[in-house]
Structures are given as C-alpha cells and as structure tokens.
Design a protein. Sequence first.
Length: 279
Amino acid sequence: MGLRSVLTAGLVVGLLGAAVPAHAVTITGNFGIAGSVTYDTMGLTGDAGLDFQTTLPPPTAITGPFTEVTAATGYFSSVLGMSQLRVDSASILCAPVCIQGTVGQILNISDIPAGPNYTVAPSGVPINVNGFLRSFITFTNSVSAASGLVFNMTTFPNQSGFPPCPSSPVCEEGPFVIQQTASGLTVSFNVIGQFVNGADVGDYTGTFTVTMDGLSLAEAANRLLVTGQDLACGANNTAQPCAFAATFTPTAAIPEPATLLTFGVGSLLVARARRRKKQ
C-alpha cells in the first residue's frame, strides 16, 4: 500500500516573530498540547511515519496542527500570554464566537527520506530537527502574534524497561511503548530537545500519548506485516487520525543516545518474520 496523501508539513498557521529578549533567561515551566496523528505505513518494509493532521475533533475549536489545551506555566505564561483553550459564544466581546488559546505547527517525522511531507528523525541518535514545534499564534478576541518560540528536537529516544513487541499487554518497539487495553492500543513516545526564543533556551522532554480505540496488537501487527494499512481511528481504524496529547516538562540534562533502531513500530516484527521464513 502506498503512502496516503498527507498534510503537508509546510501548512503553516503563520510564523510571526517578536523582539529578541534583551538578555538570556532559562525557559522554565510546563506546556501541554493536543492534536491528531496517523501512523502511516510505507509498504511492508517496517518504515513508517508519524503524520500529524488536523482532520479530527478533538480539539474542536481552534484548528491547526496542534492546539494548546492546558494552562501554560512559568515562562510560557509570561511570554506568550497563554490561557487554557476555551470557546465562549455568550461573551458580548465575541461575535459570534470568542476563541482563546494558542495554535501552532508540528512537523511530521519519519526515519527515512519520504518526500516533502516528512522530516527525517531517526530514533536513538543525535538529530537536529529545527522547529519541530513552531508558528505559535495566540487567539483571544482577535488574532495576535505570540512570539518567535520554537522547539528544536535533538533526540527521538528509544524506550527501555519493557519486553520487545509483540509481548502483551505492554511492550516496546524502538521509540514506542505500546499497551493493550480493553478499548484498544495506547502508544506513547518521547521527544527531547530545547525550547528557544531568541537568546532564551530551556532543555525539555515532551511525552506524547495516542489512544487507538478498537485496535488490537494482533491487528496492528497484521497491518504492518501483511496488509500495509495505516494505523488510525474511527471505523475499522482507518476513518480518521487519532487524538494525541503531549506534555513538555523541563529536563536537567539530555541523556546519551541509545543504539540506533528503526523508527517503524513493525520493524522488529518484520525482521522476525523474515528470519522465520528463511529458517
């Protein structure tokens, strides 16, 4: 199955800069976002990509590749003036709907060069994905520029401490932890990097969680090994991208990268299948 038509990573809400701070400060505080994502398989080679999209509620208010959904703290609150996302149709200041919150852009990532829709981000090795999060715009009663804030990814770390997939009910596959639940699969992964705003810098870890209701570990393996279907949500887990939530928290130091593993969730499954065929 070929790669589906995906949201171009260049679909920008708008990058509007602000003045560079007069002196450098450490960026501190937590920051939460939400959006939607599809796990795009690229044939039956084990390669795949995380396709961040907008075609999904939630969120249902501000549209964009990601939306801030938790009240920002520390640096983010003071610099961006962020507030928790809300829609207020009753306010006399809003006609017909008042939307408050922050939107921005998030880059699609893959472990292989996959055309203009993806940025290459192999797991477990030092990388430099500038602007993984960017184009922050704050919405109040009108649209205004937020700042020149960006998040530059430096590591897409591999997981440790769990059995390799397809062990159940929880296993790890490269950068992903996959857990079988009563309703479906929960997939989590981390990104490590720096928030930068002019001279201001802070080291951060972002933890993403995606729930694919209705999808079993066995069916996920079948799609990755046999049918080449994408992993998504909705009817038959094909109809729409899945909701994700992510929380970015400060880190004291960036850990040493682990050994390079293939990005795709099905990589080790594919390798085992090939070995069994040869045997």
